[in-house]
Design a protein around this ligand. Structure first.
Ligand code: HEC
Length: 223
């Protein structure tokens, strides 16, 4: 008789069973989320690019394409839009060449510790601007200050020149020091920055388009 009056909340088998179900469910959820994330962040291929399939992280050969940044009404923020083919440092890069160039850029960014001052995809320091969308910064495009300042007429050449001799180009109250970057390393870094700008980061960094508007209203640099 006493047993019938026991509340379920004091029943040990009830809690045991609940713990087993919750643990089991959470494990399945985590496994599913892991596979979903791997799918989302997996790098696309040249075939995706050629077919116009949008991947969050496009193939290295995205450096052969024009990259635009457009407002998506559906998502409520800007998304990278991969456009027409466009020569990068005057040529089209094969899959192998593009992968090697990007690799050199990544290694150089680590060797020269860009993250010591900048953030890349949000990681790093806050002394200098986030570089995630630096390639799309209008200061480097036609009509911006950087092409005339460096005497170059493409974004990639202007950026490569700046990276080799930043202390010659005062763009900001704080200046970037010369890091003894070679011409090849600079090319690699620019490829790395261009590729990074093509990654769909869900609108990160949040204030990028706002700084672009301020720039259009009369600044020299969007940051
Ligand atoms: C010692 C600090 C420091 C280091 C290290 C550093 N930078 Fe900078 N960088 C700056 C500062 C300061 C600016 C100037 C900010 C500006 O002009 O908006 C700058 C500006 C830039 C810009 C122009 C930003 C834009 O969007 O217009 C780029 C591109 C850049 N750096 C790339 C790099 C790369 C790539 C590396 C690593 C190889 C690097 N920086 C390492 C301090 C640094």
């Amino acid at each position: 008789m006493a047993k019938e009056n026991l509340s379920v909340w004091t029943s040990i088998p009830f809690w045991r069973r609940s713990a087993a179900w919750v643990t089991g469910f959470a494990t399945m959820l985590l496994i599913w989320l892991t596979f979903d994330t791997m799918g989302q962040i997996g790098m696309g291929t040249e075939a995706d690019l050629a077919k116009g399939i949008t991947k969050r992280v496009p193939a290295p050969t995205v450096i052969n394409y024009h990259i635009d940044y457009q407002m998506s009404e559906k998502r409520g923020h800007e998304v990278p839009v991969i456009g027409k083919k466009q020569p990068f440092f005057g040529k089209e890069w094969s899959e192998k060449e593009a992968a090697a160039l990007l690799h050199l850029g990544k290694l150089t960014s680590q060797a020269k510790n860009c993250m010591n001052c900048h953030t890349l995809l949000g990681n790093g320091a806050y002394y200098a601007p986030d570089l995630t969308k630096a390639w799309l910064d209008p200061a480097w495009q036609k009509g911006g200050a950087m092409q005339p300042m460096t005497g170059k007429n493409t974004v990639e050449e202007a950026m490569a020149e700046f990276l080799q001799h930043p202390s010659q180009y005062p763009t900001h109250a704080r200046m970037m020091p010369d890091l003894k970057i070679t011409a090849d390393e600079a090319k690699g870094l620019v490829a790395f920055l261009k590729h990074m700008s093509s990654i769909d980061t869900n609108g990160f960094p949040r204030n990028f388009s706002k700084t672009v508007e301020q720039f259009k209203a009369g600044g020299t640099n969007a940051h």
